[in-house]
Design a binder for this molecule. Structure first.
Ligand code: DX5
Ligand code: ZN
Length: 216
């Protein structure tokens, strides 16, 4: 059964309290917050003060996905805002090993996100130091995009490599996750399913979360 992480990027920003309440009452164990800087990705979303506010009313694990340049400058601020998992992009980090260590030293779980074009071999040497690897199954920057089907193979290879190394690294899938592709993803090795539009655009978000959670 995967961990389900609804992405607030697809929530109604005028009523974030309602989104928090829904997630609290749902079977989702995590919630996913997408931070964009307009430099690493061609979009700007929300930042530290919004996360602090959301954090105050949520009881679940706060999973922050940084789509920003120089994430090391802000790790401490995201910890103070309430992040439990902090994920940085391999493509944005000149010193990924150091960045992961910094996040762990601050008391958070450290994640690495990979854009669709980035091979998993790029993080082979630092995999043991990552609590989570986020496979982007769309190009980061926007919600509601179409799942890139060829990423399934990448998930399978990552799973193999995690098993071979014997690490406890979780595999998170981010982008275009639906009730139609979720089972294939879990079979390929996914541990955490991020879902934005699939959850928040549904008539019954809690039922969709339950359906994702029930996948084996
Ligand atoms: C995209 C973000 C995703 C996004 C997913 O850059 O990282 O977390 O919210 O949205 P959906 O599930 O709608 O593709
Ligand atoms: Zn994300």
């Amino acid at each position: 059964m995967p961990i389900v992480a609804p992405s607030f990027l697809a929530a109604d920003f005028l009523h974030l309290d309602k989104a928090c309440e829904m997630v609290n009452q749902s079977e989702a164990e995590w919630f996913h917050l997408d931070v964009m800087d307009g430099r690493f990705v061609p979009n700007i979303s929300f930042g530290i003060p919004v996360i602090s506010a959301i954090r105050k009313t949520t009881t679940k694990v706060c999973d922050v996905h940084l789509m920003i340049e120089e994430p090391e400058k802000y790790a401490e601020a995201f910890k103070a805002a309430g992040a439990d998992v902090l994920t940085v992009h391999a493509e944005a980090c000149k010193h990924l090993h150091r960045n992961l260590q910094q996040i762990k030293d601050l008391g958070m779980k450290a994640g690495i996100a990979l854009n669709p074009q980035t091979p998993i071999s790029m993080i082979d040497e630092v995999l043991a130091g990552a609590d989570l690897v986020c496979i982007m199954t769309v190009n980061p920057g926007f919600g509601g995009q179409k799942f890139i089907h060829s990423m399934l193979k990448k998930v399978e290879s990552l799973k193999e490599s995690i098993i071979k190394k014997g690490t406890n690294t979780l595999i998170e899938i981010d982008g275009g996750v639906t009730l139609d592709n979720a089972a294939d993803l879990v079979r390929a090795g996914a541990d955490v399913l991020v879902a934005g539009n699939t959850v928040f655009a549904a008539n019954d978000p809690m039922a969709v979360i339950a359906a994702l959670k029930a996948i084996r």
